[in-house]
Design a protein around this ligand. Structure first.
Ligand SMILES: [Zn+2]
Ligand SMILES: [Zn+2]
Length: 137
């Protein structure tokens, strides 16, 4: 048995951390307006991981209902405000972690792009990325 790779992501002050195991189930970017406001950036980059995962530190939570009715629970650092990860209510099969929080430029590249209808026109995406106008669900 080979030892699974472990990655650690943290907020900018280091108070809140999440450790995930194995390769991501998927990596994507989201251009939706909620992600733009949430991150302060013009798109969000997220990686989904299967459990188990391990969280250290204190998180403040924010619940938001997505366009398709799903309820998402966002966790961010109460000290520095970084958005670190979120889960979907009632879905235990994955956790979505902000790619930037790994602070690893060698992190696997995204393969999907969602909410392309909200993409800033100057944001050019690699051709290899599969794009969806909204959220394919
Ligand atoms: Zn912090
Ligand atoms: Zn989004």
């Amino acid at each position: 048995m080979t030892e699974a790779i472990t990655r650690s992501a943290s907020c900018q002050c280091g108070q809140l951390r999440i450790e995930v195991e194995g390769e991501p189930l998927g990596v994507g970017v989201c251009h939706c307006l909620a992600c733009q406001r949430r991150t302060g950036s013009v798109f969000a980059a997220l990686a989904r991981f299967a459990p188990p995962y391990h969280v250290e530190g204190t998180a403040t939570e924010y619940l938001r209902r997505g366009d398709q009715g799903a309820l998402f629970r966002f966790r961010f650092c109460p000290l520095c405000g970084s958005n670190l990860f979120h889960t979907e209510e009632g879905v235990d099969s994955s956790v979505s972690v902000a790619v930037g929080a790994f602070a690893d430029p060698a992190f696997p590249a995204p393969s999907v792009s969602v909410y392309d209808c909200r993409r800033h026109p100057w944001v050019a995406l690699p051709n290899a990325l599969k794009s969806f106008d909204t959220d394919p669900g």
